[in-house]
Design a protein around this ligand. Structure first.
Ligand code: HEC
Ligand code: HEC
Length: 145
């Protein structure tokens, strides 16, 4: 396809304006590339401890939600959203923040994203798919006999 040079120039100028505009509106606040729910300026220490708590609550590893980098067993492309588990987990994070913010926001100096009166393990108890109460009671009954 041969576009006249004027149009090509206009397209490049527009592209630059758009890229420039996006960058001006949203300056990066931390080293993180794709935090949509957790605070963008979260410290590495805090993010690590939160992520560890997901592993513990679900009884899984980082690879449950994060895509491994090719030819590596222990490195991940953490900002990548292609695994549905990560996207579902993000909804769960939103839900937990909402519950805490609505019902347990007593200490106003605390950031609502960091409240953990209700947390993943409140429901999950080490299982990625928490069983319904009936199933759990069945298990308990079986153990007793
Ligand atoms: C249950 C799913 C789940 C598990 C398990 C999990 N993560 Fe995450 N991780 C997420 C979600 C969801 C986000 C994005 C949060 C947001 O949008 O605010 C995220 C974001 C991150 C980021 C920020 C990436 C960026 O630049 O945007 C890092 C780093 C990270 N996780 C590391 C880890 C590590 C290390 C582990 C294992 C110890 C781990 N995660 C385990 C779901 C998970
Ligand atoms: C109020 C209870 C509750 C809390 C709190 C909770 N979850 Fe869940 N979660 C569930 C239930 C129930 C399921 C199973 C849904 C199903 O089987 O379809 C589930 C499923 C999931 C799944 C699998 C999603 C799927 O269907 O593919 C992920 C991942 C997950 N939770 C992550 C989290 C994380 C991370 C947190 C903490 C930020 C969290 N959950 C907090 C109840 C909860």
């Amino acid at each position: 396809m041969h576009l006249p040079r004027k149009i090509l120039t206009a397209i490049s100028v527009l592209t630059l304006l758009i890229i420039g505009g996006v960058a001006a509106v949203k300056p990066p606040k931390g080293p993180w590339k794709n935090l949509q729910v957790l605070p963008e300026d979260i410290s590495e220490e805090k993010l690590d401890s939160i992520m560890e708590s997901y592993n513990n609550a679900l009884g899984e590893g980082c690879k449950f939600c994060h895509v491994p980098i090719e030819n590596s067993t222990d490195k991940f492309d953490y900002a990548n959203d292609s695994l549905p588990m990560k996207r579902n987990a993000r909804d769960m994070i939103k839900m937990v923040i909402n519950i805490n913010k609505t019902y347990f926001y007593h200490k106003k100096e605390e950031r609502p994203e960091y409240l953990n009166m209700v947390h993943c393990n409140t429901c999950h108890r080490g299982e990625a798919f928490p069983p319904e109460p009936d199933e759990k009671n069945e298990k308990r009954k079986k153990k007793k006999h």
